[in-house]
Design a protein around this ligand. Structure first.
Ligand SMILES: NC(=O)c1ccc[n+]([C@@H]2O[C@H](COP(=O)([O-])OP(=O)(O)OC[C@H]3O[C@@H](n4cnc5c(N)ncnc54)[C@H](OP(=O)(O)O)[C@@H]3O)[C@@H](O)[C@H]2O)c1
Length: 324
């Protein structure tokens, strides 16, 4: 195969991991640029090292790897990795361009590339990796005919270290964008041995909100539970050990039975007397948590009602308690 040329702009955690593991998958990472030359140099060295060419070249210029025959089917023959001094220079070197800067810079970097008269953006495909933003932030490129999309790995990336395992294997990655970008994005994700799923452009924000609720807000809720146990005289370490099997069991029930069937506890049983007792004690020891308990309780009641086995009297009493 003729490897597609990739350009990486932003040599941080995600950019470097993409550079290394796309390179390993047979793509030709042709150019890299970052804010600082030192980050771009590290990424070039990581790419060369993965190809078994780990030479210590730190010149601020094109680094040409020797033409060599490689037995691997993936890496065909000869690759240059260009250490670029600007996003535009990197963009010129690639057919597929990843803008892996922090989210708030993606739009500006894209504009910088698209408005540069030396870059013919029309035949290129541009991706960013933000979960919160859609491909719309790449409008300056799509307006000039480029394919645009976003590829968001549901993974927490640490800074890349030489020789580390791929953080992409087996993870789920969303892809969103125009039709051609979707096709290319799916190929890229599959080549990283990750699983892709598509998101409509207009739903990207909701998708990101879902990820925030599933991950970040779960942390917040567990923190509240630990604080309640602290008020019950248990140390935080011990409190977590005590709760962990319950948390894992609940996650397992959600996985096997779904959220409605997984729901247990006083709200699911319609036991308003217990809920009233909870709130009496919480109001006393953790008043900051009272509002959240009530809001969550009210939402949980709506979930419990979907099971269809709660008496109307219990529903009314619980609703009254939560909305007091
Ligand atoms: N980290 C994660 O777990 C994760 C997970 C999923 C998605 N993402 C997304 O991936 C993207 C990158 O995140 P990250 O965690 O890899 O960020 P990061 O580690 O902070 O790296 C960002 C890189 O962008 C470079 N940069 C800053 N301004 C630049 C500019 N004007 N031109 C070129 N390069 C510039 C920085 O360069 P220097 O190093 O040279 O200063 C840095 O290396 C973001 O959209 C983020 O939302 C991150």
């Amino acid at each position: 195969m003729t490897p597609k040329k990739i350009a990486i702009i932003g040599c941080g955690r995600v950019g470097t991991s993409l550079a290394v593991f796309l390179s390993k998958a047979g793509y030709n990472v042709a150019g890299v640029a970052s804010k600082t030359i030192s980050s771009a140099q590290k990424t070039v060295q990581a790419i060369l090292s993965i190809k078994g060419e780990g030479r210590n070249n730190s010149k601020e210029e094109t680094i040409n790897s020797q033409e060599k025959t490689n037995n691997s089917k993936d890496i065909t023959s000869y690759e240059d990795v260009k250490l670029c001094i600007s996003p535009a220079e990197a963009a010129i070197s690639g057919d597929i361009i990843f803008i892996t800067t922090p989210d708030n810079l993606i739009q500006n970097v894209c504009f910088e590339i698209s408005s540069n008269p030396l870059v013919d953006i029309s035949e290129k495909t541009i991706f960013h990796c933000s979960g919160a933003l859609s491909s719309c932030v790449l409008a300056s490129a799509s307006d000039k005919g480029a394919n645009t999309g976003s590829i968001h790995p549901l993974q927490s990336f640490a800074p890349y270290t030489l020789g580390q395992n791929s953080p992409f294997v087996g993870i789920n990655v969303s892809v969103e964008g125009n039709e051609k970008a979707l096709v290319i994005g799916k190929e890229l994700i599959s080549s990283l041995n990750a699983n892709y799923f598509t998101i409509p452009t207009k739903s990207k924000t909701l998708y990101h909100a879902a990820a925030v609720v599933a991950s970040n807000y779960l942390v917040t809720l567990e923190n509240c539970a630990l604080n309640l146990l602290k008020e019950a005289n248990l140390s935080e370490d011990k409190a977590y050990t005590i709760l962990e099997p319950l948390i894992q069991g609940t996650l397992n029930n959600i996985k096997t039975r779904g959220t409605i069937a997984a729901l247990t506890g006083p709200v699911a049983r319609g036991d308003f007397a217990i809920v009233e007792k909870h709130l009496k004690d919480i109001d006393e020891v953790l008043p900051n948590f009272s509002k959240l308990y009530r809001v969550m309780g009210d939402y949980t009641l709506k979930l419990a009602q979907k099971r269809g086995d709660l008496e109307q009297g219990s529903i009314d009493r619980l609703s009254e308690v939560f909305n007091k």
